[in-house]
Design a protein around this ligand. Structure first.
Ligand SMILES: NC(=O)C1=CN([C@@H]2O[C@H](COP(=O)(O)OP(=O)(O)OC[C@H]3O[C@@H](n4cnc5c(N)ncnc54)[C@H](OP(=O)(O)O)[C@@H]3O)[C@@H](O)[C@H]2O)C=CC1
Ligand SMILES: N[C@@H](CC=O)C(=O)O
Length: 425
């Protein structure tokens, strides 16, 4: 029986684990698909760096053409990352009738529909299970197991690096920089970690999750995206004292016929399942009208967990090749859902404020809250490092429009400034 020859583009954290899994788990894959998988060619930037990593029968090259022009190679795994030249690489591969498996959320969130159309036009498969939540098989689960249910909400921790950083800041009292450096060393972070810490990587994943869950493409430009780089240790400690853990959450929800998605730090009650997700682990909560609340948990970053998701795609493509059923989209759900009015999105908020030493500050704050029709449930006064008063409040539920109003009114008061505002789950 024919082997399936595979090409890899990229041999970093994920690529090297894909090579290892294909090499070591041959027998099981053959048992399931009836085909042996063989990595034939690997494209990297720097051959010398990788020479010792690959068996002798595998060709290491810097030329994509060595894969594109090789008719024996049927499936190509793109694990180089980034938007360019990854988009051009996948375009060339699909036009050369190669089936493509990728872990590249930046690209799928930005150009997934265009590439899926190109794949269909070339009767090729394009699969990307590893692009969301690393080792958690969430995309295929939504496609298959939620096919008939209406998903009303998807929320969770979808970035391993930031969850690792927040965990180390909370549990080991590490500084932000210390924790980020370790996350990079462990291979969780992107080659440029800006997208991780600024929430953009999580936002890409929420775009893909929303596409699968609601059949609609939410543009990154229409999402509120905030990362963890501005979180201060004292907010972590204050949240803890209030009974919360700060987590970077992606939240998307169907409300009144519309959909919204956003990413930002959220105070999660310590007894909520998402508060217990630590280190590089991710968790995705999917709520369906019929099934109710479900939770999917596992490693969200790291070589082997991510490689397992890549392998699940390779095995699916292999089965499609064997059955002659390639060329179908990974996700077929399309629906025309509009956007949501900010007045319909309500949360309680954690607000930390700096107050200069002047009479009547608390009264002013209370007046603004009353004026916008909001109120607070908890309030604590401490000192900032510069000895100015620091007031932290947790509000009752208020709409995004009310919060915007609050911020606008506060901006006109020169003795009170908002240091941070985070949603409370
Ligand atoms: N790391 C993780 O935990 C996860 C990563 N992902 C995604 O997987 C993808 C790969 O990530 P990761 O393995 O961490 O990345 P790495 O930075 O570890 O590896 C990237 C690899 O791609 C190669 N490469 C980069 N640019 C080019 C180019 N222009 N031409 C040829 N080769 C190139 C590099 O070659 P060289 O070594 O020669 O420089 C390197 O081998 C990304 O899309 C990432 O977002 C998804 C889930 C989890
Ligand atoms: N950098 C990403 C890797 C997986 O997608 C993360 O930290 O989650």
């Amino acid at each position: 029986m024919d082997d399936i020859k595979i090409g890899l583009v990229g041999l970093g954290t994920v690529g090297s684990s894909v090579l290892k899994m294909i090499t070591e788990n041959q027998d099981k894959v053959q048992n399931i698909t009836g085909r042996r998988l063989n990595v034939k060619t690997i494209v990297v930037r720097n051959i010398a760096k990788h020479q010792d990593q690959v068996p002798e029968n595998v060709k290491l090259t810097t030329e994509l053409a060595d894969i594109v022009n090789d008719p024996e190679i049927k499936i190509v795994v793109e694990v180089m990352g980034g938007l360019h030249p990854a988009k051009e690489v996948i375009t060339q591969l699909l036009n050369a009738k190669k089936h493509v498996v990728t872990a590249n959320k930046d690209l799928i969130a930005s150009a997934g529909e265009e590439l899926a159309a190109l794949a269909r036009a070339n009767h090729c498969d394009l699969m990307y299970e590893a692009s969301v939540a690393g080792g958690i098989p969430i995309l295929r689960t939504i496609v298959t197991s939620f096919a008939a249910d209406h998903i009303t909400e998807v929320k969770g921790i979808v970035n391993g690096t930031t969850n690792y950083i927040l965990t180390q800041m909370q549990r080991r009292n590490w500084t932000y920089d210390q924790a980020l450096m370790k996350a990079q060393e462990l291979g969780f972070a992107e080659s440029d970690p800006t997208n991780d810490v600024e929430g953009i990587d999580a936002a890409y994943k929420m775009v893909i999750l929303s596409q699968f869950s609601y059949g609609t493409h939410i543009k990154l430009a229409n999402m509120k995206v905030e990362g963890i780089s501005a979180i201060q240790q004292r907010d972590v400690l204050q949240a803890d004292a209030f009974g919360y853990t700060i987590k970077l959450l992606g939240i998307s929800r169907r409300i009144n016929g519309g959909v919204f998605a956003e990413v930002g730090p959220v105070l999660v009650p310590k007894d909520h399942p998402l508060a217990t997700i630590n280190n590089e682990n991710n968790a995705v909560m999917v709520t369906g009208e019929a099934v109710g609340e479900t939770l999917f948990y596992g490693p969200g970053a790291g070589g082997l967990p991510t490689a397992n998701s890549v392998l699940s795609d390779i095995v699916s493509v292999t089965k499609n090749i064997v059955l002659g059923t390639t060329g179908n989209s990974f996700n077929n759900y399309q629906s025309d859902i509009g956007r949501v009015d900010p007045n319909d999105i309500v949360y309680a908020y954690y607000l930390s404020l700096q107050m200069l030493d002047a009479p009547g500050q608390m009264l002013k704050l209370t007046q603004i809250m009353t004026q916008i029709g909001a109120s607070f449930s908890r309030i604590v006064q401490t000192k900032n490092d510069d000895q100015t008063a620091r007031v932290v409040i947790i509000t009752h539920k208020m709409s995004k429009a009310q919060l915007a109003d609050f911020k606008q009114q506060l901006a006109a008061v020169d003795t009170i400034s908002l240091l941070g505002s985070y949603k409370v789950l």
